[in-house]
Write a protein that binds this ligand. Structure first.
Ligand SMILES: *Cc1c(COP(=O)(O)O)cnc(C)c1O
Length: 310
């Protein structure tokens, strides 16, 4: 599962590296692919014959889960909130993989999941349930392992990373990296900074803290966990999937200069936040890692949106 760390050279007075989790080798990669590999180990080992999950029509998680189900020839059932169901490249792919999507108002998502699981059991099936976004300890574990990969890379290259930035949503990517850092006893070695792409504080940070506590159990105190968790809500641009001219400019810049596609919902927003944070804090001469968490189909949604805006 090891992904490449690309040296992007000097960036605003710092040295920038990018870990290309968008290049994970399944269904356009991304952090949901890293998590899904572990979920599907359970599916395979437990003899499950169907999967139920939830997410919006633009969900990278649902795309990968639907693709993994199709590759195993098991059925995939996606419960989607009506409020975010406009067609996207991800929703087209989810349909192409033969997933059954049930669209209901967001308030009915929970009951609809329960009903779907019951319906499948009644039909003699053995369904496996995955939380939206691959949330939970299995998702966290995927990024504990990613943190180990980063440490290995540092050892091999003789480079110390001072900062790690990434897009933080449901919080398991963030939680995994922080747990990895605590388990390695490296709390003071570097700052791990999640850029919120959706939730404001305190709600957003609390969700990350809850995931870390759940995974660590009694291996860390609340004080240690609080001290290690930096979740910035200053760069949300108004909330989930909201963009800004600055984010669009970032997507252009990164594609033109490095040939790397970002999207406006996740990675472009987080990269913009990182850029501003480095400038605002006057951070210079540091080694900075940005984790590219994927979402490549959303890059193309962005292109299409521009075309129709012209
Ligand atoms: C889901 C997602 C995130 C956020 O990951 P979480 O583990 O939910 O915080 C970031 N980037 C991309 C591209 C995603 O699809």
């Amino acid at each position: 599962m090891k992904t490449v760390v690309q040296d992007l050279g000097e960036f605003r007075g710092n040295h920038l590296y990018m870990k290309r989790d968008d290049l994970l080798p399944f269904s356009f990669g991304g952090n949901k692919a890293r998590k899904a590999v572990l979920f599907f180990q359970e599916v395979d080992e437990g003899g499950y014959d169907s999967v139920v999950t939830y997410g919006s029509g633009s969900s990278n998680h649902c795309r990968i889960v639907a693709n993994m189900c199709a590759a195993r020839n098991i059925s995939c059932h996606v419960i989607a909130p009506l409020e975010a169901s406009e067609p996207t490249f991800n929703s087209q792919l989810i349909n192409m993989f033969g997933a059954e999507t049930t669209t209901v108002p967001v308030a009915e998502v929970h009951d609809t999941i329960e009903a779907k699981l019951e319906e499948l059991r009644q039909a003699g099936k053995k369904p496996y349930f995955i939380y939206g976004g691959g949330h939970g300890n299995i998702g966290t574990e995927a990024y504990v392992r990613c943190y180990r990969e980063i440490r290995e890379w540092e050892r091999e290259e003789g480079i110390h990373l001072d900062y790690i930035f990434f897009a933080s949503g449901t919080g398991t990517t963030h939680a995994g990296l922080v747990c990895g850092q605590m388990l390695a006893g490296e709390q003071n070695s570097r700052e791990i900074i999640g850029i919120s792409i959706s939730r404001p504080n305190p709600k957003g940070r609390n969700k990350v803290l809850a995931s870390i506590k759940d995974y660590m159990g009694d291996r860390a105190t609340d004080e240690e966990i609080e001290a290690a968790t930096v979740f910035l809500d200053d760069y949300r641009a108004g909330g989930y999937a909201k963009s800004s001219p600055e984010i669009v400019a970032t997507v252009d810049y990164v594609l033109k200069n490095y040939g790397i596609p970002l999207d406006e919902t996740y990675t472009g927003k987080a990269f913009t936040g990182m850029d501003k944070y480095l400038a605002e804090k006057g951070i210079q001469k540091k080694n900075v890692l940005f984790i590219h968490t994927g979402g490549t189909p959303l890059f193309f949604d962005g292109l299409k949106k521009r075309e129709s805006a012209e």
